[in-house]
Design a binder for this molecule. Sequence first.
Ligand code: MN
Length: 209
Amino acid sequence: MATRKKRAKATLSPYRGKRNFRTTAEPRGGSVRARAAALEFVVQKHAASHLHFDLRLELDGVMKSWAVPKGPSLDPAVKRLAMQVEDHPIEYNRFEGTIPAGEYGGGTVMIWDRGTYAFWDDDPDPVERLREGYAGGDLKFVLRGRRLKGSWLLVRTHRGTPEKAQWLLIKHRDAAARPGSDIVEEQQRSVVSRRTMAGIAKAASRSDR
Ligand code: MN
């Protein structure tokens, strides 16, 4: 357990190094937290310099994170580029609001989907299978969100750098697949607050005054 906590702390230092926590309302991370029954995932819509979606999967006490420029697709024929970014704290899953302009990632953040996830087969040690998949660049998982469900693949390509590896996010063919659909176009509101991006941005600027 001590090792896991230490590992989470070390892996959050790039995240902390990029941010000024006196200016941004984003969480610093590392608060003591009871172990949840299931691993969490979140997808945040983020209007930074470029609009993108951040997919985060809990593993070993942090959120493994990818920036997905076009967002997830329920169409198994569609492969979405997913650029690996720094690990985020688990507390980030609750963050919806505006990062101040000039700060790292400045712009509006919406919680677009969230829920739990798991390894995609029955296995006596599913977390070890997820670790292996992540390390090996071939991650198979099942999402149990409001908008994203069923089995998915994240496959690491040979492009990018070790710190910014390029992966592909692909919906596996199953009952939750919807060929021809465009879920990010269909769903324009926060899964938590039902606000639009404009609504979140407006609320943030009001509380700044
Ligand atoms: Mn982002």
